[in-house]
Design a protein around this ligand. Structure first.
Ligand code: SAH
Ligand code: SF4
Ligand code: F3S
Length: 440
């Protein structure tokens, strides 16, 4: 048997890319590749890229530039670009960076073995189709190796919402849900290999409508309840959700499905109805706040997280203040916030842009408010008892680190738990980015 070839994958962007990178490594595993942690000894380098903001997309080209020397030293080294930049700019990547051998979009990476063979044969290989066949079905089962206690599982892909700023509907294509039976099979397999917590992924995961076992589509809430039947699966999370798809049965599940964790990422983007309309979000600030009230009625201690864009075209200081007011009303446990980035081909790209210095200033003010809320939510955990799933040893001797039900990092000094254990912990202190506690 020949020595295995080495594959170096670098992942950018969202959790769906993290999941895809694992699956791409598995697809190439069949071609005799094993993963390596550095590009220096790799036979193939794969960049799994993100196109969401200009900075993310430009990173790809600077990263590729860094591989020039390696490629000159070892002409056999193959360089591939996958993910959303590959989808959006495939041909251009090949033109701008002739050293790229292979380009594969997020919906066609099950074809990597053929593409790799083509590249090995000295040809350029490009596939950015949205094929009819289900890529997940064409991937062999996941390798049977043991793995850590948490895993991502993609159940839905693509987006039909077309927010005016966003490239995802173009890079990932239309909304598609995987059938229930396949998701359950993959979840069981993960659990057999040591996984205790699964985060269900989708660009619009709560719009999930996968084919049920007896035909007829199931909702995300039905899928979650089915997965909750797997004994050794202790925790379920899902991300990312759109406010308009937050149906009653999913809200109810947050109240009565014990394995569904009290944490919800529900982006609103802006607190101004004028801006929301211009963003094509099809909800208002008020409807979002009412929705949060219903969710909190079902699960009072749920921690909320969100995404915000500042400096969207035509956003005034008054519009921005409406966003700040919404944040004050909701009270977030954490949030991601971004300065608007113009994306070619999206409707908002054509509009009058906000002064970048003004946008920077708004971003700083918004982030300061979010940081205060994040800290307050953490401090409020002190004295409470929470579940913690331990993920690794801490930096200090005798310390273990895990995530609480509310997704806070928690440090505990103990010799009574191992990685993968779920234990009750009393929170004793709140630091800048994590909590400390003791076993109950
Ligand atoms: N499907 C998810 C979000 C995917 S993108 C959802 O709707 O929640 C993640 C976040 O990136 C978005 O929520 C938005 O806040 C941000 N984002 C997307 N496009 C952007 C752009 N052009 N400029 C700045 N931020 C953007
Ligand atoms: Fe982008 Fe909007 Fe779709 Fe989210 S819902 S992926 S922000 S278009
Ligand atoms: Fe980026 Fe594509 Fe995810 S653009 S955020 S990697 S869906």
């Amino acid at each position: 048997m020949s020595a295995p070839k080495k594959l170096y994958i670098k992942t950018y962007g969202c959790q769906m890319n993290v999941y895809d990178s694992e699956r791409m490594a598995e697809a190439l595993g069949g071609q005799g590749y094993v993963e390596t942690a550095t590009p220096d000894d790799a036979d193939m380098i794969l960049l799994n890229t993100c196109h969401i903001r200009e900075k993310a997309a430009e990173k790809v080209y600077s990263e590729l530039g860094r591989f020039k020397g390696l490629k000159a030293e070892r002409p056999d080294l193959k360089i591939g670009v996958a993910g959303c930049v590959a989808q959006a700019e495939g041909e251009e990547i090949m033109r701008r960076q002739p050293m790229v051998d292979l380009v594969v979009g997020p919906q066609s990476y099950h074809r990597l073995p053929e593409l790799e063979a083509k590249a090995r044969g000295g040809e350029k290989a490009l596939d950015t189709d949205f094929p009819e066949e289900d890529k997940f079905e064409h991937l062999k089962g996941r390798a049977k190796a043991r793995r850590g206690p948490t895993a991502f599982l993609t159940v839905q892909e693509g987006c039909d919402k077309f927010c005016a700023f966003c490239v995802v509907p173009y890079t990932r294509g239309a909304e598609v849900s995987r059938p229930v039976a396949r998701v359950v099979t993959e979840a069981r397999d993960l659990v057999e290999r040591g996984v205790r917590e699964i985060t269900l992924l989708g660009q619009n995961v709560n719009a999930y409508h996968g084919e049920g076992p007896q035909g007829g589509d199931w909702t995300l809430a039905q899928l979650i309840r089915e997965l909750a039947e797997i004994d050794e699966l202790k925790r379920i999370r899902f991300t990312t959700s759109h406010p308009n798809d937050m149906e009653d049965d999913l809200i109810a599940a947050h109240g009565d499905c014990e394995k569904l964790m009290p944490y919800l990422h529900l982006p609103v983007q802006s607190g101004s109805d004028f801006i929301l309309k211009r963003m094509n979000r099809s909800h208002t600030a008020e409807s979002y706040i009412r929705l949060i009230e219903r969710i909190r009625a079902a699960r009072p201690d749920i921690l909320l997280s969100g995404d915000f864009i500042v400096g969207f075209p035509e956003e005034t200081e008054a519009h921005f203040q409406e966003t700040m007011a919404l944040i004050e009303t909701v009270g977030y446990g954490s949030a991601f916030s971004f300065k608007y980035s113009t994306r070619p081909g999206t409707p908002a790209a054509e509009r009058a842009q906000v002064d970048p210095a003004e946008a920077d200033d708004r971003l700083q003010r918004l982030q300061a408010l979010i940081t205060r809320q994040q800290r307050a939510a953490q401090d409020a955990m002190v004295g409470r008892e929470v579940g913690v799933l331990f993920e690794k040893a801490g930096r200090n001797p005798g310390q273990m680190v895990g995530k609480s039900d509310h997704l806070h990092a928690v440090h505990v000094t103990t010799d009574k738990v191992s990685v993968g254990d779920l234990a009750r912990v009393r929170i004793t202190a709140s630091g800048p980015n994590s909590l400390a506690g003791e076993l109950v």
